[in-house]
Design a protein around this ligand. Structure first.
Ligand SMILES: NC(=O)c1ccc[n+]([C@@H]2O[C@H](COP(=O)([O-])OP(=O)(O)OC[C@H]3O[C@@H](n4cnc5c(N)ncnc54)[C@H](O)[C@@H]3O)[C@@H](O)[C@H]2O)c1
Length: 415
């Protein structure tokens, strides 16, 4: 008896592996049906498939049982396809936040066929890109990794050209894909290459800094810097899916973690008091990141959906940025982006919101003031692309969780 049991165990184990293999293919079929709008059910095909398969069974007594078995397999497959198609229709389906998910990236991103270029930079732990690439084996026909030198200075035409060269040398076509694994620099660059290569190929983002997880990975903005001007060449190109693994933040230096946190504080201050309170009261930031990311993305997604091409509402995301950009530019590299935005938020918040924002910034060791040459700052703001003449529209927070736009005269700006 025990021999039979172990034999059945062995067969079931083989069937479990075959089941997974079969469902991976079913998933690809579901993606095709979603893209073409074909229905999940095809009764004619099911009937002929059952007949064909049953003809392969030599034992006549088993044919009927096998037909019943196939019918239940088809039913499970159809449920799975319906779930995939339905899930893909839900808003927000394209962002997955899951701890420890890098090694399942291929499945979670829904990679089915075609070549994949994984783009990363030298500062991102190499095992992240390797795990993502390994998860695509058997799903993509070929997976290559391209690594460029870390830092904003790489966000240029030369690096763009190197990545495009990797696609050309690798024989990539329009049915292939680019996957970014890294912070905002990798996402912006790889996204811009994907937006322009053969007039646009599929792009997936696996952001690994807090800034890219709460902000830059969604919204579809891609860009490179040119002739010293940040993000001056770019395109809107939405990622097919974004996979966020908050565990990647464990290797991120604290300064970079807090740099990204400023964007979450900004979204809480302007649009979600509960997000602000979560950051305000957190006793273990890394443990709370999944929820902070989820709430921040809710805010960003709502804003981006309402204003995809940055014509109006999306400017709320600029809270703290008008002054922040000027501070970043005038302080000779002393402050990284988030730190400059931290300082830049305070003059545009009214009491008691201002004190709460200040306390939360201090809690995470972020700067709240700096020695600035007010005249130089006002001059820089007047050259901001959002300025018109001597006036500029800024975002003001009077109460945590809400905002209003306010047109101000740049010379009246109290710094
Ligand atoms: N597209 C948008 O909507 C948008 C929005 C905001 C900012 N941005 C852009 O994002 C860029 C800034 O992004 P960023 O702050 O993520 O900087 P970044 O991409 O330069 O990353 C910061 C540093 O952290 C390293 N790193 C990344 N992940 C890591 C990890 N998990 N562990 C250890 N080190 C890691 C990187 O190698 C880099 O040295 C800017 O170029 C900015 O213009 C784009």
């Amino acid at each position: 008896m025990s021999d039979f049991r172990s034999k059945i165990d062995e067969i079931d184990a083989r069937m479990a592996r075959l089941f997974e293999e079969r469902m991976a293919v079913v998933e690809c079929i579901a993606q095709e049906k979603k893209a073409s709008g074909r229905p999940v059910e095809d009764l004619e095909r099911e009937k002929s498939m059952i007949e064909k398969r049953c003809s392969e069974i030599s034992d006549e007594r088993l044919k009927g049982y096998y037909a019943a078995f196939l019918r239940s397999v088809i039913s499970v497959s159809k449920n799975y396809q319906t779930d995939i198609i339905h899930e893909a229709k839900m808003p927000g389906h394209d962002i997955i936040i899951e701890r420890g998910s890098l090694s399942s990236a291929g499945r979670l991103l829904g990679i089915c066929g075609g070549k994949v270029l994984v783009v990363t930079d030298s500062g991102v732990p190499a095992e992240y890109a390797k795990a993502v690439a390994a998860s695509m084996q058997g799903r993509a026909s070929e997976v290559l990794i391209h690594t460029f030198e870390q830092g904003e200075t790489s966000k240029n035409l030369a690096t763009y050209s190197d990545i495009a060269q990797a696609l050309v040398s690798g024989g990539f076509t329009r049915s292939d894909a680019v996957v970014a694994v890294g912070g905002g620099v990798v996402g912006d660059l790889a996204g811009f290459v994907a937006a322009t290569f053969m007039r646009g190929i599929r792009f997936y983002n696996v952001p690994t800094t807090l800034l890219s997880q709460v902000d830059s990975s969604i919204g579809g903005k891609t860009a490179i810097d040119f002739v010293g001007v940040k993000n001056i060449i770019g395109a809107f190109h939405m990622p097919v899916k974004v996979l966020i693994d908050p565990d990647t933040l464990a290797t991120l230096p604290a300064r970079q973690l807090h740099n990204g946190l400023v964007e979450a504080i900004k979204m809480g201050a302007t649009s979600d008091a509960s997000l602000f309170e979560l950051i305000e009261n957190s006793t273990d930031l890394l443990a709370d990141t999944s929820e902070i990311i989820r709430l921040s993305l809710n805010v960003k997604q709502a804003v981006v959906c309402a204003d995809p091409k940055e014509k109006g509402l999306r400017r709320v995301l600029n809270f703290g940025h008008t002054l922040g950009h000027a501070i970043e530019a005038s302080c000779g590299g002393r402050y990284i982006h988030g730190e400059a935005v931290a300082i830049g938020m305070l003059p545009f918040a009214d009491e008691p919101a201002r004190s709460r924002i200040r306390r939360v910034l201090e809690k995470y060791g972020l700067p709240t003031s700096c020695d600035m040459d007010a005249a130089a700052i006002r001059d820089l703001i007047s050259h901001d692309k959002k300025a018109s003449g001597s006036e500029i529209t800024v975002v003001r927070v009077s109460e945590i969780g809400s905002f209003r736009f306010e047109k101000i005269n740049i010379q009246d700006l109290a710094l």
